[in-house]
Each structure stands twice: as C-alpha cells, then as structure tokens.
Design a protein around this ligand. Structure first.
Ligand SMILES: *Cc1c(COP(=O)(O)O)cnc(C)c1O
Length: 629
C-alpha cells in the first residue's frame, strides 16, 4: 500500500479500506435488523477516532463509543453530531463537560444519577443516559440486585432519559458457557424490572462472531473491526485485515564478530559474525520493551529478529541472513499478516489491544482510502481540545499575537481558540502554512499605452497536498472570491474588468516545484481562467514540504493607481516588493498586517519598494499590502 515512499523515523499507516471491509464482514453477522455502535475509545484503539468514526458512520453505525468526556468532546469539536456514549463510569467533576458536549454517560449508581439530574435542572436541559448492568464481568455496572434500584431511581429523575441499557461480556472470545449465562442474566434482569429503552446491547465484536448477544438489537464493535483476532478460532469464521501498519526506516548498519554483545546489559551475544541494522524506534515509540530478544520485524520481505534489549529510542535487528539491506530501507514493525498485533503481543504474553494503543507514540499517521493518501495526523498525536493545546508553540504564538492586538488576554484566548479550531478541523488536520513567502512584481513598458507589463515572481515553501495545484485569474472580485475557499488554488490574479480573459493578458511563464518545471493546462470556467499545474513526479512529494515558484506575465491597466497583494494563508515570513519604471510617480505603500507584527519593515530603494517581516514572524490571512501611485 506504499503509495509514496515515506522515510521517517517511524510512521503509522491506516488502511481505511481494510477497516471498511472488516466492518462489512462483521455486518454480515449482524444481519438486516440489527445495528452497531462503533467503539472509538482511546483514539480508536490508536487508529485515529476521527477517520474511523467517519467510515463507521458511513457504514451505518448508529453511535460512537468513547471512554471519557474528553474523547467525546474532541469528536464534537470535529463536527460529529451522532450520539456518543461514554462507556466507562464518569466522575462527578466531569458532569459539566458531559452536558456541554451532549454525551451520553453510563450510570451504575443512583447518587451519580441524582447529581447529573441536578446539573441538568440548573441548566434547564435534559440528558440522555445509558444504564449498565454487571452481568458477571464484575468491573463497572450495577450488580443484579442494585440494578433494579438504579432503574427505579433514574426513572423518577425528570431530567434523565434512559436511551440505552447494556452489559458487557467477560470472556466472549473464549468462554461460551459463561457468556451464555451472562446473556440470560441480562435478559432476565431486563424482564424482571420491565426495562424499556430504545437501545439494548450486549455483544462486543468477539461476541458477535461467536453468535452471542443476538437477542439484543445492537452490538458494540471494537477490536475485530480493526482487523485483530482475539482468538485463533475466529480465523475460520471471518476474514479480517489489520488496519494499522507501524513502520520505520533503517538508520544504521553494523557488523560485529562472534562473541560480541548488543545493547544494554549485554543480553544478546553473537553466536557468529553478525550483520545488524539499527532501527530508530524504541519503547518510547510504543515498541514494547518485552519484545527485547523476542520481537521480529520485516525488512525487504525477510523476517529479522530483534537482538538485545529494546532501548528507549532504538532497537537492533539481525540482518545477517536478510539479503541486501541499505540505510533508508523501510522496516515493518507491526501490521502485516506475518506481524499481526495479536501474534506480536502473544510473543511476550501481552495484549493486542494494548499494543495497538501504545504503538506509534512519536509517529505521524497516514490514512489511505481507495489506495490514495487521504489525510494525515500530526506527529505528536495530541489532538486539539481547547483546554489542551497550550503546549503547542504555534498556538501560543497565535494567542499572544491576538491578545496583543485586541489588548485583552481573555479575548485573545477566545479568538485564537476559534481560529485554531477552524484551522485544525474545519479546514485541515494540520495547520498548513507558507514559509518564506516572497512576491515580487515588476512593471515595465508593454508597448500598449493603456497597460503596464507586469511580471510577477512568487515563491514559498509549503506542504504539498496533491499532485497538482491551480492558478486562477478572474476579472471580477466576486468571481475571484470563490477561489479563496479552494485549497488547491495557490495563486490568484484579479484582472481588469475591461479585459477579455486570454492567455495574452495573463499567462504563467514558469511554474516549478523543487525545481521541477510543471505541466500547465488552461481551462475557462465561468468568467475565470484556471491553470492546472501538475507533474507525475509530484505524487512522490505529496505530504512533504516543497518549494513553489510561480512566475506570471500579465497586463495591468495604467489607469489604475494602485496594486494590491493579499496574503490569504497563514504565513511564516513575508517579503513583498514592487519595482516600477522611472516614469511612475512616487509610489507609496500601505501594509495592512495582522499577526505578530502589525508594522512590517518598509524599505524604498531606487524604483523598488519592499515590505518584509523577519523570517520567523507569523502573518495571518487577511493581511496585505497596497502600493499606491
Ligand atoms: C471496549 C468496549 C467494547 C469493544 O470491545 P471489543 O472487544 O474491542 O470489540 C464494547 N463494549 C464496551 C463496554 C467496551 O468498553
């Protein structure tokens, strides 16, 4: 599935097609009349809750299941409107967040229920809740005797609506007898207390495949949907494909003689002259320490043993028999058929659930759908929740800048939170920004007394989103406006209204990415000219930072007495200059900058005027410069 060659210290690939296929296979067990709740707790078992939730809902999930209010709140911020169940018991201190984000808490005890009801009454709202019966797992939930009291107590609370009632199997993958007894207990308790709720559910994913929980209309899907078997017997019943692959890159090759040892405490000694590779992944990346001397990785198709202890940031693998290995080669640590999480976890007596959650702590996540890279998640994995981002430097900078500008820290916090929200979720997962934005415009004689010949050169660094981008030219502001929303448009030019749009009036003289001259294709669309710039080699560069250069030639009416350059994206370092012919009267320039520095440097040379910020300074969209003459 390696659509593009990623060479990072470690990264995680999420195969959304595999996830969808797993869901379809599980849905065959559910049948037409049943439904499912997709469990996305712990960031969807380390797969990324947002993308997983998106696919699951498109496959018919009626709700999402999380472990705590924070996870639910994040999904709300990301725009999910569907019911979200908090599966674990909540704390009283979490009630405000639960209500603010419209999450369904799970109640196991009447005292919490009363507190929740009280909080609802103070806010003048109602809350939907789940009740949980402990049918034998003996973890959370109300025991059979207590459940009757809980049900009656909650029914009396006017602000609470019991939407769902559930229980949980203790050993659905391995103990059919006990599980059957749990199911019977659950049904008996429902009947005894005359429990009525829209949603009743019991089975987790292993239970579903084992034919358990069929007496209830809904089930809750977790681990199997991520392509992990929890019992060897399941392989004959259902075909599942691992969704997550954890990868790294060979960073060093070494050779040691027989008798030498590798790693801390010298736990591995070479029985023969040994060639080995250093992989820049350790237990801090989620590669379990217990895989020391026991794990296996896949390198160019060969399985290689982990030798010595897994360190915090590195591990070593024996490549003596692996054929040709080079620095920079891709290493698969987990997720292919030969390295299933459940098998790797079994090597050290661990849990596949845990391994999935811990793997890739320092890794960026790449999501693939239809064999294409559709999106990626940031390195740190700390998804944005308003109270949870001050450690991000970028956020601090933005917030400080806004606070300064509006002269209020409180307002600054509010506005920057809103801005970040838009950047992170309504637009991008990552903040996309331009670095070292340089724009130079030179006017010269066009040979036509009505126009200047304007030559512009634009360059900046930015992460490439697609194998193409668009340059747009319009002759009305309204038409141009539509291009501000389009993310594939990297350059826009407003033509004089008298102009008939044509390549004579506006053309791209050269467009390059990392020095590669792009192919351009002109389209006319409504009243606009769109030039699509692409090159087959760009595919390899998607997701990485590239250097854009865009040169244009255009005619500019002499009758106009101003020229504007707009900054439409978050930008890190700006330099805009305008060179004009001797004949032009004195040029003045008015920068309108929002960001860290409202007053960029303006310097006037001979027939050139330049506006610039320091390289590291942030400039916000809706900034710009007007040159007037
Ligand atoms: C995590 C969880 C599930 C999902 O279980 P899997 O074994 O991953 O399918 C279902 N129900 C509850 C209450 C859970 O906490």
């Amino acid at each position: 599935m390696a659509v593009k060659a990623i060479r990072e210290r470690s990264w995680v690939e999420i195969d959304l097609d595999a996830f969808r296929a797993n869901l379809k296979a599980l849905k065959a067990f559910i049948g037409k009349d049943g439904g499912f709740i997709q469990i996305v707790k712990a960031d969807a078992y380390g797969h990324g809750a947002r993308e997983i939730a998106r696919i699951a809902l498109s496959e018919g999930a009626v709700a999402l299941g999380v472990a705590n209010p924070e996870e639910g709140k994040l999904l709300r911020i990301q725009g999910f409107k569907e019911p979200i169940l908090i599966l674990s018991p909540s704390l009283p201190s979490e009630i405000p967040d639960i209500l603010a984000s419209d999450l369904w808490p799970t109640l196991s005890d009447p005292a919490f229920a009363r507190e929740l009801d009280q909080a609802c009454s103070e806010r003048g709202i109602k809350a939907k809740v789940s009740l949980k019966l402990d049918s034998g797992m003996h973890r959370s939930g109300a025991l059979a005797d207590e459940f009757g009291k809980l049900w009656k107590a909650v029914k009396k609370l006017p602000r609470l609506e019991v939407q769902s009632v559930f229980s949980h199997f203790a050993a659905s993958e391995s103990d059919p007898g006990f599980s059957q007894a749990q199911e019977e207990e659950f049904l008996a308790i429902l009947k005894k207390n005359k429990v009525e709720a829209p949603w009743l559910h019991l089975a987790n994913s292993s239970a579903l495949v084992n034919g358990l929980g069929k007496s209830l209309p809904l089930c809750r899907l977790g681990i199997l949907s991520y392509g992990i078997y929890t019992h060897p017997g399941q392989k004959d019943k259902i075909a599942l494909k691992p969704v997550m692959t954890f990868k790294s890159t060979v960073s060093q090759l070494k050779e040691i003689p027989a008798g030498a040892s590798v790693g801390y405490n010298r736990s591995w000694k070479a029985a023969r002259d040994t060639l080995y590779a250093v992989i820049p992944v350790g237990y801090a990346d989620g590669y379990d320490f217990l895989l020391s001397n026991r794990g296996t990785v896949s390198l160019n198709g060969s399985l290689c043993s982990v030798i010595g202890r897994v360190s915090m940031d590195m591990l070593c693998v024996d490549i003596t028999d692996a054929g040709k290995v080079e620095i920079g080669d891709e290493v698969v640590l987990l997720g292919v058929e030969a390295l299933r999480a459940e098998d790797l976890a079994a090597v050290y007596g661990g849990s596949a659930y845990e391994l999935l959650c811990q793997v890739g702590r320092r890794a960026k996540r790449y999501y693939y759908e239809g064999r294409r890279l559709v999106t990626s998640a940031p390195l740190s994995r700390r998804e944005f929740v308003s109270s949870d981002y001050p450690d991000s430097k970028l956020s601090q900078i933005i917030q400080a800048a806004i606070s300064q500008r509006v002269n209020s820290e409180e307002m600054g916090e509010l506005i920057s939170r809103e801005i970040l929200r838009v950047f992170f979720y309504n637009k991008d997962r990552e903040i996309l920004y331009r670095k070292d934005f340089r724009h130079h415009i030179r006017f010269s004689d066009s040979g036509d007394s009505r126009f200047w010949r304007a030559k512009t050169t634009l360059s900046f660094t930015k992460t490439l989103q697609n194998g193409f981008f668009t340059v747009a030219c319009a002759n009305s502001e309204a038409a141009l406006k539509s291009y501000f929303k389009r993310r594939d448009v990297e350059y826009r030019w407003l033509m004089d209204t008298n102009f008939e749009l044509s390549p004579e009036a506006f053309s791209l003289s050269s467009v390059r990415i990392n020095g590669i001259e792009l192919e351009t294709k002109l389209h006319f669309r409504n009243t606009c000219m769109e030039i699509r710039c692409s090159h087959p080699a760009l595919k390899e560069l998607v997701g990485s930072e590239v250097f854009y250069e865009i040169d244009t030639l255009t005619l500019y009416p002499r009758s106009s007495h101003q020229l504007s350059v707009f900054i439409t994206e978050l930008t890190h370092g700006v330099k805009i200059s305008f060179s004009y012919p001797e004949a032009l009267p004195p040029v003045e320039c008015v920068p309108v900058f929002a960001g860290q520095n409202k007053y960029p440097r303006v310097s006037a040379g001979k027939n050139t005027i330049t506006v610039s910020t320091k390289a590291g300074e942030w400039v916000f969209p809706q900034s710009g410069v007007v040159f007037a003459y």
